[in-house]
Write a protein that binds this ligand. Structure first.
Ligand SMILES: Cc1cc2nc3c(=O)[nH]c(=O)nc-3n(C[C@H](O)[C@H](O)[C@H](O)COP(=O)(O)OP(=O)(O)OC[C@H]3O[C@@H](n4cnc5c(N)ncnc54)[C@H](O)[C@@H]3O)c2cc1C
Length: 440
């Protein structure tokens, strides 16, 4: 039995480990990885003693305690991790605003606080009185749910930075279940300065002591080492009478974790409508900058959001050296900056760095003379974009792949907004579904 797993990010590697732990011989598992190191979006990079996560700041947290423990165990056990309290804030003008924003409006300047409170109450009233249904597009959904003040001061500018397109083009259904409905009393309290917490998920998180978030995938890769073919892009997948051919080698089973948008160039004999749907799935890329700082200590923050245009192109800044002492040399600190880019388009040039640094100065986060150096990374696929064709295209593609036995798995292998813990949970489910056939 030969099993080909396409892509050695956390999804592919977790699947291989679960299959192996379920009784599949190691020698049956073959992972194809285009890059020089396994780990995909979980990779980290170390430069002159400063470590950062190349696809933006990553934390380990899961509602599924077993999955989280499994990830820790694969990467050296509890002792290999630090535990951190999550401290996130929004930077607004010259001040810090409690997160989530609706629970922090009392921290705003008085006129903005008034706008946000008025809008929130009006929107709440309209929903309660008319029972109006949630609008299908994200732009109108924001106003329906939070009101005009929060839309104007925070949600619109912040989301325009992340999504890089008019918010009308995005659906609201993906966000509906993710944003808890803050009781109106809490927002009233917040507005007059009584602290309310808001939702408190992820109040604690874990992070590898050394090596960045990649410590987790390094643990998996260490066990699977001999079965991972690095620097080996999959260039062709062909159906055969009794299985599959991958790069002209025969396999009995194929599991794909490679981004669906790449597959029309790889899978032979794709129906036209499936190939078109794959190509048209929308996504955003990401540019990240490590900013190494000659500064002894950061404020006690995990990450912050930068909603305002004048704060530059960055939408999120991670206080990377706060995650683990292993992330910066002693007496130094670091930031990790995230800037999304429209998927499939050329990445911005060097000018982006100056715009980013200028924005951070305006936001009051740093001074130029504190910067030791910067380092830039970029990833092609970072965020799934939930445009109005998303469900239709995705269903067409996944139905076809499932019917063919191409086993789609992973964040961009299924085009889902999954964190690494969810990738592990889905790999565990996939392995459980495959094992009876493989062992039977
Ligand atoms: C900004 C951002 C923040 C995030 N924050 C968190 C967080 O805090 N916590 C968390 O748990 N998760 C977080 N995530 C999500 C997490 O990174 C992903 O869920 C996870 O890494 C996806 O793993 P994957 O294996 O499904 O996909 P990938 O990591 O994309 O793996 C796919 C693999 O396929 C390889 N590949 C591509 N083409 C080919 C080819 N032709 N042939 C062979 N191989 C190929 C790639 O090199 C890659 O290694 C974040 C993601 C982003 C973008």
């Amino acid at each position: 039995m030969k099993i080909a797993i396409l892509g050695a990010g956390i999804s592919g590697m977790a699947l291989a480990r679960f299959l192996q732990q379920g009784g599949v011989p190691m020698g049956s598992l073959h992972l194809f990885e285009a890059g020089p190191v396994a780990g995909g979006l979980c990779l980290s990079k170390t430069v002159d003693g400063f470590t950062y996560d190349v696809a933006g700041g990553h934390i380990l947290f899961s509602k599924d305690a077993d999955a989280m423990q499994w990830m820790k165990d694969e990467a050296g056990g509890d002792d290999a991790f630090v535990e951190r309290d999550r401290h996130t804030k929004i930077r607004f003008e010259d001040r810090w605003v409690h997160y989530p924003f609706e629970n922090g409006i009392g921290d705003l300047p008085k006129d903005a606080n008034f706008d946000c409170l008025k809008g929130y109450v009006e929107a709440w009233h309209a929903r309660k009185m008319t029972g109006s249904e949630a609008p299908a597009d994200f732009k109108n959904w924001i106003r329906w749910r939070f009101g005009d003040g929060i839309a104007d001061h925070f949600m619109d500018p912040y989301n325009e930075k992340i999504w890089k397109r008019p918010l009308e083009q995005i659906t609201s259904d993906w966000v509906a279940g993710r944003v808890p409905d803050a009781p109106v009393e809490d927002v009233l309290r917040a507005a007059v300065g009584i602290r309310t917490e808001g939702y408190t998920h992820q109040s604690i998180f874990y992070y590898p002591k050394t090596g960045g978030f990649q410590g987790i995938t390094d643990g998996l890769a260490g066990t699977l080492e001999s079965q991972i073919r690095l620097n080996t892009p999959v260039t062709s997948v062909r159906r055969k009478a009794d299985g599959w051919s991958v790069n002209d080698e025969d396999f009995d089973v194929v599991v794909n974790t490679i981004a669906l948008t790449y597959l029309p160039e790889i899978i032979e004999g794709l129906p036209d409508d499936v190939a078109r749907a794959m190509r048209e799935l929308e996504y955003n890329g990401l540019v990240t900058y490590l900013v190494a700082m000659d500064r002894e200590e950061h404020p006690n923050l995990s990450w912050i959001y930068l909603p305002q245009k004048k704060q530059g192109p960055a939408n999120r800044v991670t206080y990377m050296s706060n995650y683990s002492p292993g992330n910066a040399p002693e007496g130094k600190t670091s930031f990790l900056i995230e800037i999304t880019t429209p998927g499939g388009q050329p990445f911005p040039g060097q000018e982006l760095e100056q715009e980013m640094l200028q924005g951070l100065e305006v936001a009051g986060l740093l001074k130029r003379d504190e910067i030791l150096f910067t380092d830039r990374s970029q990833v092609n696929h970072a965020y799934v974009v939930f445009d109005h064709e998303y469900h239709h295209r995705r269903a067409l593609v996944l139905d076809w792949m499932e019917a063919q036995g191409l086993n789609p798995l992973g964040r961009f292998g299924r085009f889902e907004y999954d964190n690494s813990d969810q990738c592990v949970i889905k790999a565990r489910e996939k392995a459980a579904a495959m094992l009876p056939d493989l062992l039977g």
